[in-house]
Design a protein around this ligand. Structure first.
Ligand SMILES: Cc1ncc(COP(=O)(O)O)c(C=O)c1O
Length: 408
């Protein structure tokens, strides 16, 4: 076994990863069509095309495109009837956008821990958090791993709490054969550039419910009714809503990206299968267990380091030195419960007091220990459909080299 690169030895991954431009001829052609049409504003045109095609692909009647994943979750929660003072349950290992969507409605985020086995929001923990103020629960299909949606549907049946799926990291993942995002009352997807589908920034809501779709469509566009032959000046404006309209340029890219999704999911599955198979005997390394009948749409892969010495951080640094862009955490924020925003209930940048809807709420920073435990041990391994087979072989070699060095 050669010397570790961190100690001056040769790198196991000496060449850069093969990462070609994810945007190609089809994106270019569709963008050109938009520019040639002379209309970029997203009230019809390619935005409508994107919505129709995306709904068809996912097998739901309704898709509403918006400007981001955060906007998608905000719009979806509003359309599900969440309003001031309602409680919405999610887990604190997600993107801050999930929580921002709740707070934007002056609703109260309530945090449930993850199940250490699935690494996803625990149905048992959700049940324990339900009160008579709970309006919705958000299942985050984190890192492309599908949640056991049936268990949340059961909670919905028993309690009436509405189910929103956060699919920002899970385009193309399946549960019991069904694409995630099509099972709950509604779902929100992100299309920022780190996601399986990218429009640079963007997002969309899916739903099977006509009323949810109607309200979502109004809520993303200041409640304006488009294309209904309404005379100028006659917009009824039934309630308050922001402008979350995407442009037709985003939608053009989104259509081309949708066409690549199935191939991308398949290629990532093949890559991750190699990680599972070829790293199975590495000591102190644990792979995620998918829920029964779950099919992931892999994002970066979170493996768990179960050793103590060296530290997880030392392992990650050793992997980086070998040329592997390993990561220390599954999310930009390690545990949202521990942020200043949540602990101080700091809603406005300069306010000295929490706002009234959030005043009497307290958050125990230690109340989701499984999130802390997972983030303590997790190592993010890179997954990208564009990587060559040699990239994957060298990544595997780097992991084997580092673990082999410490645990020979
Ligand atoms: C799980 C999750 N939810 C919500 C969001 C918010 O999406 P966006 O960044 O498009 O607003 C993200 C994006 O990082 C995410 O990963």
């Amino acid at each position: 076994m050669s010397r570790l690169a961190i100690d001056g030895g040769p790198k196991a991954k000496p060449t850069p990863y093969q990462v070609t431009n994810r945007y190609g001829d089809e994106e270019m052609k569709l963008i050109q069509e938009v520019l040639e049409s002379g209309r970029l504003m997203g009230v019809d045109g390619k935005v409508k095309d994107f919505e129709e095609e995306t709904a068809r692909f996912f097998g739901v009647p309704y898709c509403v495109m918006v400007t981001s994943g955060t906007a998608a979750l905000h719009v979806a929660l509003a359309a599900l009837g969440v309003s001031e003072g309602d409680e919405v349950i999610t887990n604190p290992m997600t993107d801050i956008g999930t929580v921002a969507a709740i707070l934007a409605l002056h609703a109260v985020p309530v945090f449930a821990d993850i199940d250490p086995k699935t690494r996803l929001i625990s149905p048992t923990a959700v049940r324990e958090r339900i009160t008579d103020r709970t309006k919705a629960m958000i299942t985050v299909h984190m890192a492309g791993l599908p949640c056991p949606v049936d268990e949340f549907l059961k909670i919905r049946e028993e309690t009436g709490v509405r189910l929103l799926e956060d699919c920002a990291q899970a385009h193309g993942a399946r549960y019991k054969g069904q694409l995630v995002g099509t099972i709950g009352d509604a779902s929100g997807f992100s299309m920022n550039e780190s996601k399986q589908m990218s429009t640079g920034d963007g997002g969309f809501v899916l739903t099977n419910d006509e009323e949810v779709a109607r309200v979502a469509s109004l809520y993303r566009d200041k409640t304006y009714v488009r294309g209904g032959g309404l005379r100028h000046g006659m917009q009824p404006v039934p309630f308050f809503a922001m402008n979350y309209r995407p442009t037709c340029l985003q939608a053009a890219v989104g259509i081309a990206q949708l066409h690549k999704l199935e191939g991308l999911v398949e290629r990532r599955e093949a890559i991750v299968r190699r990680y599972y198979n070829e790293l199975a005997d590495v000591p102190n390394l644990e792979f995620p267990t998918l829920v029964d009948e779950g099919e992931a749409s892999w994002w970066p892969l979170g493996v768990r380091y179960t050793g103590e010495n060296p530290s997880k951080d030392e392992i990650v640094e050793a992997l980086k030195a070998e040329g592997v862009p390993a990561g220390h955490c599954m999310s930009a924020v390690r545990n949202i419960l521990r942020t200043e925003m949540i602990q101080n209930r700091q809603y406005y940048p300069f306010a000295e007091e929490p706002p009234s809807f959030w005043k009497d709420v307290e958050y125990d920073p230690d109340s989701c220990p499984n999130v802390d435990a997972l983030q303590d041990g997790v190592i993010r391994l890179p997954v990208d459909e564009r990587y060559s087979d040699e990239d994957i072989s060298q990544t595997i070699e780097a992991v084997r080299k580092v673990f082999g060095h410490y645990f020979a």
